[in-house]
Design a protein around this ligand. Structure first.
Ligand code: 13P
Ligand code: SF4
Length: 379
């Protein structure tokens, strides 16, 4: 949770409306009417942003739904005073970086983090960069740092300050092209899989990629390998998407001939290679939307989105199943409950801002630079 400053003055007082515990013991369905009433009272003053991995009981109240890219654009463009972010911590931080000074961003549960984002800590990344400097990799047109959106604001700032940028799973190729027009190598943080899948799709062979392990001396990479590498991949991953395996694709091919396998690029390279298509959550939705009646899909991404797609497209004659029968759940996305959303909104109605996410000024500046570079590249 680097870079987080909770609101200095959340103005939280004792009382029924304020106590989260009081909400947490209430059943889900009793929250619907309360959330709707609070939304109505707040009107245009507040917007609810919802990532596709949110549960149905929460996302149905979102004014905007989307992938990380679309939500960051919505955050940059809205005029609402309050943004209630139903997603995870790095998304709320990004919204705060892009927000106007008079806007406030709220994360309904502060425990909604991202294990992948936590795999790159600023001290480790600084150590890595120092090692690259010592080895002469950063000199001249040497290397640019590029971070996946799924990282803390201080990592985004680190990249912005060193001429690099941010990308999401929907514009990673554009971001790689941007970086390669300016430098010979890329340090890609923190998701090795997105980095590998993107670089490989651009024609960079695996032999020109190395994995930097922050727990080993000099990342565990020999100077020769480092010199030959075009892409240095940070050793991070998404524990949800890493559960999809090549044998899951093989099973679908065997048992469901004709079914298309569509996966998120946070999945392993071996899985993406076997799939028919890969793309961000928004791209996966678009693919299914555009498919003709009778098409069927095995989808390798978070289970709430897959289940929602299955329900939505069944009446249109399209079948959607999960690639892994045991279903991959993002437990931190799941932390945003209807109770947390109701608590947040009803407090706002009472003019109390709870769980504000606020990035400190210096980090904000450079993270903004890195995000602006991303927003300018083609998707
Ligand atoms: P997108 O929604 O950008 O595809 O990202 C998926 C994700 O892991 C969000 O945490
Ligand atoms: Fe992080 Fe993976 Fe969950 Fe996305 S799905 S929020 S990358 S843990």
């Amino acid at each position: 949770m680097n870079g987080l400053l909770l609101d200095e003055a959340p103005v939280q007082t004792a009382g029924e409306t304020c106590s989260l515990d009081h909400y947490l013991v209430q059943p889900d369905e009793t929250m619907d009417a309360r959330i709707a009433a609070a939304r109505e009272k707040l009107g245009a003053e507040a917007i609810v942003l919802g990532h596709h991995y949110q549960r149905d009981e929460v996302i149905r109240f979102a004014d905007f739904t989307g992938d990380s890219y679309k939500l960051s654009k919505a955050a940059a463009e809205t005029n609402a005073r309050y943004m209630v972010f139903c997603g995870v911590h790095f998304m709320a931080e990004t919204a705060d970086v892009l927000a106007q000074p008079w806007q406030q961003v709220i994360l309904p549960d502060l425990n909604a983090g991202c294990s992948m984002a936590d795999m790159a800590e600023i001290g480790q990344v600084e150590d890595c960069w120092e090692s690259l400097e010592r080895q002469g990799v950063t000199a001249g047109k040497g290397i640019l740092p590029l971070t996946y959106m799924n990282s803390a604001a201080n990592i985004k700032a680190f990249c912005g300050e060193r001429g690099g940028l941010v990308c999401t799973s929907s514009n990673s190729q554009g971001a790689f092209e941007w970086a390669f027009a300016r430098a010979e190598k890329i340090l890609f943080l923190p998701d090795q899989h997105l980095g590998r899948n993107t670089a490989f799709a651009m024609g960079i062979p695996l032999s020109e990629m190395v994995v930097w392990d922050p727990y080993q001396i000099n990342g565990g990479v020999t100077p020769d390998r480092l010199r030959a590498a075009k892409v240095i991949l940070w050793k991070g991953h998404c524990s949800v998407h890493q559960r999809f395996l090549p044998e899951h694709v093989d099973r679908v091919r065997r048992e469901e001939p004709g079914m298309q396998v569509v996966v998120h690029p946070e999945c392993r390279w071996e899985v993406c290679q076997k799939a028919d298509a890969m793309g961000s959550t928004e791209r996966i939705i678009e693919l299914i939307e555009k498919a003709p009646e009778g098409a069927s899909f095995a989808v390798g991404t978070e289970i709430h989105l897959v289940n929602r797609l299955a329900k939505r497209f069944a009446p249109l004659g399209k079948r959607v199943i999960t690639l892994d029968e045991s279903g991959c759940l993002c437990t931190t996305m799941y932390r945003i409950s209807p109770q947390h959303l109701a608590w947040t909104l009803e407090n706002l109605v009472e003019r109390r801002v709870v769980n504000r996410i606020k990035v400190n000024t210096e980090e904000k500046h450079w993270a903004h630079v890195a995000l602006d570079r991303m927003l300018e590249i083609k998707r």
